[in-house]
Design a protein around this ligand. Sequence first.
Ligand code: CUA
Length: 186
Amino acid sequence: MSDPHQAAHVAEQAETRWVWVVGIVVATLLFMMAYMSLHWITMPPQRMETINPGTLHLAGEFVEANLGSATEADGSVTVRLVGNQYSFTPQCVLVPENTPIVIRATSADVVHGFSVTNTNINVNLIPGYVSTFHARFKETGEHTMPCHEFCGVGHAAMWAHVKVVDKETYARLAQQKRRLSCAERS
Ligand code: CUA
């Protein structure tokens, strides 16, 4: 038969251990909060780029001829796209695998959602603002790109594709055209 005093002692030890575990978890969370607050406070305020949604199609970065994927001097790829009721332009985004991608997007009318399935790409397209997202696709393949923000009666039909191709294919296509997209599924 075990001594009741000894049992109480064992229980107390276990409780003390758990108090320490919980204490460490709470302390870690508090440290993270304090660290992130201080870290963010030392950085410039959130970058905010504005753009006139009424003249997107007339001049500037988001004219139709400038939409799609463009290869930059450093080898990265910039994808520019516009969301409007009820489609994205381009309807299919072509990108190379394993390459730093910068997505720059905006809306021509109302708030749209921009997300790419099986990735962490998820941002809102807000008229008047440029949304930027950095991404990298590790594997070739196709993703769907649905609008995830209710934007009107055609919302459910508003979606597009992302097609990830290998670097060689992309490079070959990029030689033929400065702005790439895959307007039709192949
Ligand atoms: Cu665009 Cu929902």
